[in-house]
Design a protein around this ligand. Structure first.
Ligand SMILES: Cc1cc2nc3c(=O)[nH]c(=O)nc-3n(C[C@H](O)[C@H](O)[C@H](O)COP(=O)(O)OP(=O)(O)OC[C@H]3O[C@@H](n4cnc5c(N)ncnc54)[C@H](O)[C@@H]3O)c2cc1C
Length: 398
């Protein structure tokens, strides 16, 4: 027997669950299918201040996240600087975040099924979804199945391994208040330590093909050991992360007749930072608004206006960020040094972490603050007290 669902959402992660709650709240008959429902998806779980402003119910769920105000940046040469974030980052366990979003979908009236969709047949207006429990039909599909989206090739050009990052990490049962980011030489990615309410998510990401997941894991384990993290009781994780190249981003297909893709399924992740949660939520919201207005074609247009220009620019500069040189140093090396030397540059870094400094107006801001940053850098180098017995200046930028 086939049961009919006007709107079927495949995947109940942040993108699928938010789309379901918004559609149900607007009176739509919507069903969301997730093979696991709420689970500890491999993730840092960091949500920017911008995301918390856009989705205040996440800011209000304070007890389920850890508010992080201090971040340590470490360059590949080992220079460390601590930065106070003017707008804290909220770090969620994904079990808690997904659970909260799915509960909102249920309370708004969405049907939530713990079922794996194994195939999609039919066409717009009469899609046929098969799960191990039965068959469902739907008029419209929202595909929110994440980075391993098995249906992508059926609807749009498949994502190549060159458009992915490999990640490896550990959930470690320790408490810390400090977020850490370690840049790495020869790897287009970084190591992170994100404090959560009762553990930390520590991980490493690098462009697929640049190095193997095994090598990344080894690098991470070495770093954790050197930085005082024991892996006793820790759980290993590994996953993929979309990191689209500029040419893929240019030709991105996110919707068609009777279907739309949102979040990681669509490849909507910042290729430089790996931030995907905000884009998962925002793309779901734009998609839901278009469906509620009965103008599904508006989804693509709203993404084109608001989200894609930012992600496209990030894709264009990603290689230069990780592999380019500024005054003889790598960009992350120079960035860490400027963060240590200049208040003005620290403000900029804090706004980048908050998600309120976009890429499109970054160049203009850099030119505006350049004279102050240079003067502060010079003054710090010349007048900072020397460490005893050393010619190297000390660095504390909190
Ligand atoms: C290691 C790592 C660290 C990250 N850290 C951060 C971070 O700190 N901050 C940030 O903003 N982003 C981070 N990201 C990115 C972030 O995790 C993703 O962008 C985000 O989870 C995307 O949400 P989504 O709903 O699109 O997909 P997902 O969260 O992947 O959800 C997809 C859902 O679909 C379900 N599903 C898949 N196939 C089927 C099927 N056939 N039938 C039924 N259900 C199905 C899955 O069970 C899953 O629940 C990280 C990613 C990785 C890999």
């Amino acid at each position: 027997m086939t049961s009919h669902h006007p709107i079927a959402i495949i995947g109940g992660g942040p993108a699928g669950a938010l789309a379901a709650s918004l559609l149900a709240a607007a009176g739509r008959d919507v069903s969301v299918f997730d093979e696991k429902l709420a689970w500890e998806k491999p993730c840092g779980g960091g949500l920017t201040w911008k995301a918390l402003q856009q989705y205040p119910f996440l800011a209000e769920a304070g007890a389920q996240s850890k508010s992080v105000e201090h971040c340590e940046l470490i360059s590949s040469c080992g220079q460390r600087v601590r930065l106070r974030l003017q707008h804290p980052v909220a770090v969620f366990s994904r079990l808690a975040l997904n659970g909260l979003l799915l509960e909102r979908a249920r309370s708004a009236g969405a049907n939530v099924y713990r079922e794996r969709v194994t195939s999609i047949g039919g066409s717009a207006g009469d899609w046929r979804l098969a799960t191990p429990h039965g068959e469902y039909s739907a008029s419209h599909l929202v595909i929110a199945a994440g980075a391993r989206n098995p249906f992508r090739g059926q609807f749009a050009a498949p994502i190549s391994p060159h458009d992915l990052m490999a990640t490896a990490g550990y959930f470690i049962p320790v408490h810390t208040a400090l977020m850490q980011i370690q840049f790495l030489s020869g790897i287009s990615g970084y190591i992170w330590v994100f404090p959560r309410p009762d553990h930390v998510s520590a991980g490493i990401a690098g462009k697929m093909g640049e190095t193997s997941t095994r090598a990344l894991r080894h690098l991470l384990e070495q770093w954790l050991d050197q930085n005082g993290f024991s892996l006793d009781g820790a759980t290993f994780y590994s996953h993929i992360l979309p990191s689209l190249r500029a040419q893929t981003m240019e030709a991105l297909e996110v919707s068609g007749d009777g279907w739309a893709m949102v979040g990681d399924s669509a490849g909507l992740v910042d290729p430089i930072t790996g931030e995907g949660l905000y884009y998962a939520l925002r793309s779901a919201e734009l998609c839901a608004e278009a469906l509620v207005a009965e103008r599904p074609q508006d989804y693509k247009q709203r993404l084109e206006e608001e989200v894609l220009p930012e992600l496209r620019l990030a894709a264009r500069v990603c290689d230069r960020f990780y592999r380019g040189q500024v005054f003889g140093d790598s960009v992350p090396e120079r960035m860490v040094a400027l963060t240590a030397q200049s208040d003005k540059f620290r403000e900029l870094m804090s706004d980048l972490f908050a998600g309120i400094q976009g890429y499109r107006d970054l160049k203009a801001r850099l030119f505006r603050i350049l004279p102050t940053v240079m003067a502060e850098g010079l003054a710090t180098t010349l007048f900072r007290p020397l460490r005893s017995g050393s010619l190297a200046p000390t660095t504390s930028a909190e």
